[in-house]
Write a protein that binds this ligand. Structure first.
Ligand code: FEO
Length: 404
């Protein structure tokens, strides 16, 4: 059965939702599923913007069959050929052999590299600023390298102000019928998954996202059609502002994330004592995570959201606890910057984790600050450490004050 939604007068969402995939890119949990968005324009020419993951191909084909009603597909625009969108390209070519493929030279190269049989079909290579008319609609192509692969582009419909934004402005989460941002409570139900999607998938590429936003600021965008998650037809500026902030690595909120690595509960107890002390002193925007039991994609998302990060780690084989080390490595890999760190270390006989975490932050990450106050535990947080705990909480709060 077809399952389509009308986006504008002659543009349709023809994608699909996926609740079966447990790990996006085989790494990130997606308990709310994901959507693979594709869009079909029924102008004088018929145009499909991107395809879907192979698992959703049948749904895409049924949707197109229903809307085309025996007509040919004239053009296939590939903004992003990563297999979660490009895997159904070959099937579209087989079903619609007269179709002309429009994409970037690099995308065609990657299609061949992935083994897609495209060379018996007409290919139109486009570059920055090229335009194409489909009848009433004229589109222009804008290169978007590294958002999130090097071949990516976005397509702007100058007739309607619709931006086909590829991975940009996407989100984890299946649509389940609700296509538009104003059909959901985005702040309540979607923003965390949108942030987790952006920060883990595109987070490393802040500079390319900034370059795309700069180009986008010259376009009169009325609607954003991304390849995952809701279509933005209202309050577009809200989501653009989020992308701008995330890609500049600026925190969304003044607040403290305490991430602890604890073997027997003693480091956890210190993390909780610090959280209580911060709240007692008036800083209640505090969240506490066990790095052993929280997926690192969630930790990354929270690290992008908040201004301050407290790392509390036991010493393990004279090093940083492995899952805490993994969190640090992921923050580095995703290029997180401009955060203030505080450290809690624990070691029963050779306490090393504090120095090692500080060295990692200062030598391997960019534009980070580690506050001087540090809480050191020998096995457990003894009552005689109350002053040090208090001093650490004061140090964190002090570092939140605007500089005089
Ligand atoms: Fe949703 Fe970069 O693919």
């Amino acid at each position: 059965m077809y399952c389509v939604r009308n986006v504008t007068e002659d543009l349709y969402w023809v994608g699909a939702n996926d609740h079966r995939l447990t790990l996006f890119e085989n790494i990130h949990p997606i308990p709310r599923g994901v959507s693979y968005n594709a869009y079909l324009l029924l102008d004088e020419k018929t145009v499909l913007f991107d395809t879907v993951d192979w698992s959703a191909c049948r749904q895409l084909l049924e949707n197109m069959d229903y809307l085309l009603q025996g007509k040919e597909l004239d053009y296939l625009v590939i903004n992003h050929m990563e297999p979660d969108h490009g895997a159904s390209i070959e099937e579209i070519l087989l079903r619609y052999p007269k179709v002309k493929i429009i994409s970037t030279p690099k995308a065609f190269m990657l299609m061949r590299q992935f083994g897609f049989d495209i060379d018996n079909y007409e290919q139109i290579e486009v570059n920055e600023g090229d335009t194409q008319s489909f009848g009433r609609h004229t589109v222009t192509f804008v290169n978007a390298p590294m958002v999130h692969w090097p071949e990516a582009m976005v397509t702007f419909d100058v007739t309607t102000g619709v931006l086909f934004s590829a991975d940009a402005f996407g989100s984890f989460g299946a649509l389940d019928g609700k296509l538009f941002n104003d059909e959901v409570d985005f702040e309540r139900d979607w923003i965390d998954d949108a942030r987790r999607y952006y920060t883990n998938i595109v987070g490393k590429y802040g500079a390319p996202v900034q370059a795309l936003l700069k180009k986008a600021s010259g376009l009169d965008i009325k609607m954003i059609c991304p390849l995952h998650g809701p279509v933005w037809r209202s309050n577009v500026a809200y989501f653009i502002e989020k992308y701008d902030r995330w890609s500049r690595y600026e925190p969304e909120e003044k607040g403290v994330m305490i991430a602890y690595a604890s073997m027997y509960g003693n480091t956890e107890a210190a993390a909780q004592a610090l959280a209580a002390k911060l709240c007692e002193k008036g800083m209640t925007n505090v969240v506490v995570y066990d790095v052993s039991n929280t997926h690192v994609s969630q930790l990354i998302s929270e690290a992008f959201r908040l201004s301050h990060i407290v790392l509390a780690s036991v010493t393990y084989n004279l090093g940083i606890y492995p899952v805490m080390h993994n969190f640090l490595s992921d923050m580095k890999a995703l290029n997180l910057q401009k955060r203030t760190f505080a450290l809690i270390e624990n070691g029963s006989w050779a306490c090393k984790s504090g120095d090692l975490m500080q060295k990692f932050i200062e030598e391997e990450m960019k534009n980070m600050t580690v506050i001087n106050e540090r809480l050191s535990l020998a096995s457990t947080l003894h009552p005689d450490k109350a002053v040090e705990l208090d001093t650490l909480a004061d140090g964190i709060i002090e570092s939140m004050q605007p500089e005089a």
